[in-house]
Design a protein around this ligand. Sequence first.
Ligand code: ARG
Length: 466
Amino acid sequence: MTQQKKEGSDKLWGGRFAEGTAASVEAFTASIHYDSRLYKYDIAGSKAHAAMLADSGIIAVDELKLIVEGLSSIEKDIEEGNFEFRRELEDIHMNIEKALVDRIGPAGAKLHSARSRNDQIALDFKMYLRDQCDILADLLQSIRRAFVLLARKYLGQVMPGYTHLQRAQPVQIAHHMLAYYEMFGRDRERILDCRKRINLSPLGCAAMAGTGLPINREQVAEALGFDGVTANSMDTSGDRDYAIEFVSTCTMIQLHLSRLSEELVLWSSSEFNFVEISDKFCTGSSIMPQKKNPDIPELIRGKSGRVTGSLMSLITLVKGLPLTYNRDLQEDKEPVFDTVDTVTASVAIMAELLENLKFRTDNMVEATRTGFITATDLADYLVMKNVPFREAHGIVGGAVAYCLDKGCELYDLSIEEMKQFSEAIEEDVFAVLSVEGSVNSRVSTGGTGLSRVEEAVVNAEKQMGI
Ligand code: ARG
């Protein structure tokens, strides 16, 4: 036997119900344990809606006054922890509306005119996400700022650049830092662009067909800081594109953080020994006394799994949903909230870690001394001496094989040994084989040459107002 409440339904929507809801159903359908997070948007939306209802002659001015005061007192109680959220009232909308009716009587019961929970939840969610976009955009600036400061600090110092995690070509440390500056810059653009589509008000679409009551959607939109109103009530009622777009952008941010984390984990290992992560951002091992573990980057890398998972949840959620609102859509909140919590915390702590990061520049430059890291420069040198690139590539390959055999680097060879591989090689080749010569020759736009990187640091500082 399912457990039942008293005769009839005590719900705000209970008119057509002869029996109360089963306790199991109340537990299964409730969202208040997570959507209570939206309370201040729900209240702000209701106040703007009520003001519009009064201006449109749907409610009286003294009723508006009661509603606004009632909502303010509810907000105060929630903020002070004196409000009891009730599971049997399902969600944030009905918890607040029921409290309002209890506090101010019949005027409270007029608030839901020309509105449905379908447009109300879309409103709350969009207002919440709009704020999260602003918070993330600011946090992304703080992490970008950290990269610019590192670039400035280490300007002129070199390290190996990698492809396939094999030493490839020497680069400026600053160039590597500014690569992340660019990546998080694109993320910020994406977040701000996503915000534009979020920022159209859904309120007034009602259940899904609009309303016959003489409302003014534009007034509510303006009062709540929206750029305008959505165009189609059916689209609006079932639309969660903006949530998917937001989480997809967050996924990209977390992926970028994860790639950075992977580098920090590698770089802080004894094998690389390129960076010193501050003690404040590491922990030890309970058994191995010598250990200092890079937990923060590891956790950030690990958390990219849950963010990607949330994106998958949302995408799968809307696949196959007919228009318009379906209760399935209530499942959109938790993945979004979890994503917000994870990504904002990850960006913030990574920015802090970077502010405390030290490079071991001696080890980095040392790592450029081996691994034939200037081999491409030798090929380019031959190209400048009119040797076709493919032929040059083969010549240098031969020289590298010779060095491997001999157990030395290209710059250890005498000019006579060099000349065995090509007559085009002359004394000036040694300038090209040096790491500094190699780095600073790469002055193509976007390249790692010192003059280019200097320019890039100055530009970034200007953009960041440093
Ligand atoms: N709690 C619901 C959600 O998050 C609000 C809308 C419910 N609408 C409805 N007709 N049951 O989606």
